[in-house]
Design a protein around this ligand. Sequence first.
Ligand code: URA
Length: 247
Amino acid sequence: MHLQDILYSQGFGTRRVCAGLIQQGHVSVAGKAVDDPFADLDPEGLLFTVQGTEWAYHEKAYLMLHKPAGTECSQKPSTYPSIYTLLPSPLRLRPNKGAVQGVQAIGRLDQDTTGLLLLTDDGQFIHKMGSPKHHVPKGYEVTAKHPVDALQIDKLLAGVVLDDDPKPVRAAACESDSPLHLRLTLTEGKYHQVKRMLAAVGNRVEGLHRSRIGDLALPGDLAAGQWRWLTAEQVAALRAPAKPGKR
Ligand code: URA
């Protein structure tokens, strides 16, 4: 693949901009500047440097972000900064079928919710992860306003009715290891679901953190505001159907 096409595919600008970066000596491969936009390279596993920043070629981008509080999962936020400002510009400028599209969050977290968020530019993956049939369990750490009692846990597990649907929604797992803390696993992703479920059992969410999606846990060394590429194994595990007992 031509070096200018590699840069273009990774979100470094139009082909003309990429050719310019290369011709001006801003791009190096294996520590050596390459000034030919048509240099033919195998993109698979390629590491290159653009204006001093190292970049790894990814045909499709799959990443995790530790969403901090006070950020919105929208490209056009209304009140708080967008999570997309936390990503380097190539991730926001990756082309898709000729148009700039960048990566998109898979589902949304509320502005005050922290934790694990996945992003990708693979439309089929977004569709699969969002499909009700796929049932990826998501783990939340809840700080409750009032002490959580056994009856509340029983109701969350049995199912509660929310205002927009007569069909009850239930937690796949729910445990409390201290009075104001609840660990909840959900397999659906309705709007404000955790907050509305807690409200339905007479409690209130004071703090919400997503710690897990499927088998993927938010790494302890990924600080709020930081992102990381998912490995091929992590992407494959997320694509796989949910394991029995984890729903
Ligand atoms: N449930 C909520 O209420 N908010 C979130 O951000 C995620 C799940």
